[in-house]
Structure formats: structure tokens, C-alpha cells
Write a protein of this length. Structure first.
Length: 559
């Protein structure tokens, strides 16, 4: 959940720890390593090493420095905290880096800021955007909602290079405003599915899945209908709305994390068919921090979280989607002291997540204390850095987020200075740079089970020895009208595309009325069209020797 995990007494945890243990993919090691000698070029692979933070003063902005305990390279991104401000990435479950790693999306005192990763220079901001996140296949495009200033809910794309914003979908008129917290998670990896919650004109709350490729709503689940159907209202709080809502990474399921624990309906983390809204299973029966990811086989989706109780707690574990009628069983990964469980980000290569560990001094110093580390789905770990944040307020919770190719990890920290703790804290972002090789991912065996041996380099989303991604059309909107006889048709850039081809046809007869190939621009002005006629059009993104990928087909009418 988005708030801190519920505190449990040490006595209870000691008791449940005596219960039968589950099957662990890695045995929790206890051997100490006071020197913290790196097991590889950068990072430590030993889960039992006792590593205390090395003396490391606050660093200047933009200068590479090394965490000597782990031999990892870091950069301080800004110094907003030095003058009483703050900057931070938005959240661990949200991708902070653009799809090509060129830009970093941050939030601060005055709104959203975009910085160039290479030199950390701000290239846009402060931006007054509502619920922005990076498009996973269109490198410099943000997906967001309109301002909620009126009663029309619009989904928009903004290109940060050109500062142009296009409305790509307008909700039916009965939906009036987007709910921010419930609508602020990643879209599916292919850029097709967005999920969230909107307020209806009668005040009702509605969970939705939006198909951005075909520009239509998929699953639509009014919250009140759930509570008058399969769910029972909470005896104290009534019809409690979800904490967060997201599509699964591969776009198969609509995930709804309720604030209520348990195995009754509208409790824990539930999965629904993303098209129909049919209940598919319960993945998790609690509401601890976690994130959605994909196994190394590229097809199995999981939820990684912090388990509180036996057999895996306290520690990390994965549960596979979509779960079952009660709850999916956990696969235990790594034991962690319960006071150190903080946040998880699975936004990088398949088969791994990045874990942020908190710190709790009442029981001494323990492995993973105050660390950022990689947790592989085969049980291995790679410990990367101490975040050195006091965590005295929300804005200085580190909440690390990993880039899609695994090269960069960004986290927030006040470097132990405890600035304005009574007002959510003041800190800055820091980037861990793991180099051009990125991070290794587990290699799947033929049956999909990960081995213990990592590959040298993950597959990057920028490897363009492949067909391009599908372009997404932007103007004119699907099923809209235009008064122009020669309208300009526009679309968004597709990863790995070299050229584009556009085709416009009479929707009734199928006759081709306009065609252009070899385009490098993201628009085309049509030939003269006929009044009163409806046309359909599509675009192909092409790359030499690899072929083309077709967009969705849209329609518009000339009036």
C-alpha cells in the first residue's frame, strides 16, 4: 500500500517465526562480512554480509562518487534541499526514467520537473500535469489526465521535446473526474492498457481499464455494485475504495489493491479480466508495499511484496497472477528484519525487482539495513548502496525505482540531515549507475523455471534489431468530425521506427483515397476529401530488414 506498512510487535513476529517454514529459494545466510568486500565489480551478492555505512559526506550535484562499501557509482541529481526545497522521483511502483533513459521525471515543491540524465539539466518544468507517467514505448511522451478543472475526463499525451499535448481519449460524459491515487500506476509494458478510478456524475466511484490502442474502455467496475454484489461493506468504514489500481505488466489482468486484509471479496490484491471485469483470483491477502513484475520466461506475471507472517515472513516473496479464489501461495525469497521492509520496484528487466530497505536501530544493525538492493526471482540478491536517508518525512522516503533496462536506479535521500521533518522532509534524488551492461537477469530453463546463473546483459528496450512498436494515432480523434477537407493526420513516434506509411480509405467502400510511404515526420496532410463521408485510417511503423507494425484503425467524418 502507499502508506507505511502496519507496525507489528516483535513478540508476535518471534512467535510466527517459530511456525513451519516454507520452501525458500535462498537460505537466509547469517555469516558476517564486516569489510563488505564486493563479490562482483559493483555490488555485493552475499545476503548475510553485515555492512555498515562507510563515512561519506554530502556530495556536490552532478559529480560521480562511489559508495566504498559496495563499489557502486552514484550521482546527486539536485540540491533543492539545500535551499529548503525538495525533489524526488514519484514512487517506487512508477517508472522514473523515459524509455530511452534520456530523461528523469521528478516531482518537487512547484510541480513536476524533467531532467536530462546525462547532465541532470532541467529540460521542462515545473509542469502542472495531472497524474503523469512515462509512455513505455514512446520514449519522450508522458501519459496523463487533464486537470480535473471541469467535469470532462481526458487522457492526454504530452511530448516533452515539443511541449505539444494531444487528447487521445475522452471518457463518456457520466464520468467527471479522475481519482489521483487510484489512477497513478504504470500502464502495461506494451503501452496498451491504463487503469484507475473515476468519479461518476452521481458521486459513485468506478474502477476502469482503458485500451489505449483501440481507444475504448475494457473492464468497468462500479465500486458500489461490488459492495451490493460479491463484497460485504467493512463494518467500520463501509464501502472502502481501493488503495491502487493497475493493469498487469503484460496487460492480461486488472489488479485492484484493497485496503482491507483477508480472503473475502474486496480484500487484499484481486485480479480481474482486463476486458470483461470478471473476477480472476486473489493474489495477496494483505496490503503491504509491493510491485507487479514478469518472470524471466517473459510470460508469467507476479507480485513481489514483503511478507509479515510465516512461512516467508518477515521477508520478500512472490505470488503468481492471477491467484485463486482464496489467495495465491507465496514463494519465499529473502529473509529481512521486519523493521527494514520499505518499498519494491519491479519496473526493470524481467526476473528482478529493486528493494528499498528501511532502518530500525532498536535491534542493532542487520543485513540490508538502509540499503538499496536487487532481489532476483530465483532468490539471489545484489546489494548496491546505503541510501543514508533519515526517512523522517514522506519526501525523503527513498522509494527506489529502476529503469526499464536495469542500468539506473533512482532514490530520494536527505543524507541523514533530517531537514524539515515536521513538514514531510526535504531531500534530493540520487542515481545509481550500474553501467552500460545493465543488471543481469536470471536465465529461464525450457520449462520456465529460472536457474541460479544470470545472463551477462539484459535485453534492452532500445535493442532495435526487431520490428518497430506499433505507432499510436493522435489526431483527429477516433470517431470524431473535422471541418477540414484536407485534414492533417498525426501520430506518435514508435520505438525502433525509421519511417512511417499512412493509408486513408473510404470507410463505406474501402476505396483508398490517400497513401504516403517513407515518411519521417509524424503527420501527413491528406488529399482533398469529400464532405459527409466517413474515412478510416492507419499508420505503419517500419524498419529496414525487419518489416512494419500497424497501428489501430481510426475513423473520422468530414462535415
Amino acid at each position: 500500500m502507499r502508506n507505511s506498512p502496519a507496525a507489528l510487535t516483535l513478540l508476535i513476529l518471534l512467535f510466527v517465526g517459530l511456525l513451519a517454514a516454507g520452501v525458500w529459494l535462498t537460505a537466509p545466510a547469517a555469516a558476517a562480512n564486516p569489510h563488505g568486500r564486493p563479490a562482483s565489480a559493483a555490488g555485493i551478492d552475499d545476503p548475510g554480509a553485515m555492512i555498515t555505512p562507510a563515512a561519506l559526506p554530502l556530495q556536490p550535484v552532478g559529480v560521480n562518487f562511489t559508495d566504498p562499501a559496495f563499489n557502486t557509482t552514484l550521482r546527486r541529481v539536485s540540491n533543492a534541499s539545500d535551499s529548503g526545497g525538495f525533489e524526488t522521483q514519484i514512487y517506487s511502483q512508477l517508472q522514473a526514467f523515459s524509455a530511452d533513459n534520456a530523461y528523469l521525471l521528478l516531482t518537487g515543491d512547484n510541480g513536476y520537473v524533467i531532467r536530462r540524465v546525462s547532465d541532470l539539466a532541467p529540460i521542462a518544468g515545473p509542469l502542472d500535469l495531472n497524474i503523469p507517467r512515462w509512455h513505455p514505448t514512446q520514449a519522450h511522451t508522458l501519459i496523463h489526465f487533464d486537470s480535473n478543472a471541469d467535469t470532462t475526463v481526458r487522457v492526454q499525451f504530452t511530448n516533452v521535446d515539443t511541449a505539444s499535448t494531444n487528447t487521445v481519449f475522452t471518457f463518456p460524459s457520466q464520468y467527471q473526474r479522475a481519482r489521483v491515487n487510484q489512477s497513478f500506476d504504470e500502464i502495461s509494458e506494451d503501452g496498451r492498457w491504463l487503469a484507475g478510478e473515476v468519479t461518476r456524475n452521481d458521486g459513485g466511484l468506478v474502477i476502469f481499464a482503458l485500451d489505449l490502442q483501440n481507444l475504448r474502455l475494457g473492464a468497468v467496475l462500479p465500486v458500489h455494485d461490488l459492495y451490493t454484489g460479491p463484497c460485504q461493506p467493512d463494518p467500520d468504514w463501509g464501502e472502502v475504495e481501493p488503495d491502487w489500481i493497475a493493469p498487469s505488466p503484460l496487460g492480461r489482468y486488472l489488479l485492484v489493491q484493497w485496503t482491507r486484509d483477508g480472503t473475502t471479496r474486496c480484500s487484499g490484491l484481486e485480479a480481474f479480466d482486463i476486458q470483461t471485469g470478471a473476477f480472476a483470483g486473489r493474489v495477496y491477502d494483505d496490503a503491504q508495499h509491493g510491485d507487479l513484475g514478469v518472470m524471466p520466461d517473459g510470460t508469467t506475471e507476479f507480485f513481489m511484496t514483503f511478507e509479515i507472517y510465516a512461512p516467508c515472513g518477515p521477508g520478500t516473496a512472490i505470488r503468481f497472477l492471477p491467484g485463486n479464489a482464496t489467495v495465491a501461495p507465496p514463494t519465499c525469497l529473502q529473509s529481512i528484519e521486519w523493521g527494514n521492509m520499505d518499498h519494491i520496484s519491479c519496473r526493470g528487466p524481467h526476473g528482478l525487482c529493486v528493494v528499498t530497505a528501511s532502518w530500525w536501530t532498536d535491534n542493532g544493525w542487520n543485513p540490508f539495513e538502509q540499503e538499496i538492493f536487487i532481489q532476483y526471482t530465483d532468490g539471489r540478491v545484489r546489494r548496491l548502496a546505503h541510501h543514508r536517508s533519515s526517512e523522517c518525512g514522506y519526501w525523503v522516503q527513498p522509494r527506489a525505482s529502476v529503469s526499464r533496462d536495469g542500468r539506473y536506479i533512482v532514490f530520494a535521500s536527505d543524507w541523514g540531515r533530517q531537514i524539515n521533518c515536521g513538514d514531510l522532509g526535504r531531500g534530493d534524488p540520487y542515481i545509481i549507475d550500474l553501467g552500460t551492461d545493465g543488471t543481469p537477469t536470471p536465465t529461464p530453463t525450457p520449462n520456465g523455471t529460472p536457474t541460479q546463473t544470470p545472463t551477462a546483459t539484459p535485453t534492452s528496450v532500445f535493442d532495435c534489431n526487431r520490428t518497430p512498436d506499433a505507432p499510436v494515432l493522435s489526431e483527429p480523434l477516433h470517431n470524431s468530425t473535422t471541418s477540414k477537407r484536407r485534414p492533417i493526420l498525426k501520430w506518435n513516434a514508435a520505438n525502433c521506427a525509421e519511417t512511417y506509411a499512412i493509408v486513408v480509405k473510404n470507410a463505406a467502400t474501402g476505396d483508398k483515397v490517400h497513401k504516403q510511404t517513407g515518411l519521417t515526420a509524424l503527420q501527413s496532410k491528406t488529399t482533398r476529401l469529400t464532405l459527409g463521408v466517413t474515412y478510416k485510417w492507419f499508420v505503419r511503423a517500419c524498419r529496414k530488414n525487419f518489416g512494419c507494425t500497424k497501428s489501430a484503425v481510426w475513423k473520422f467524418t468530414v462535415e
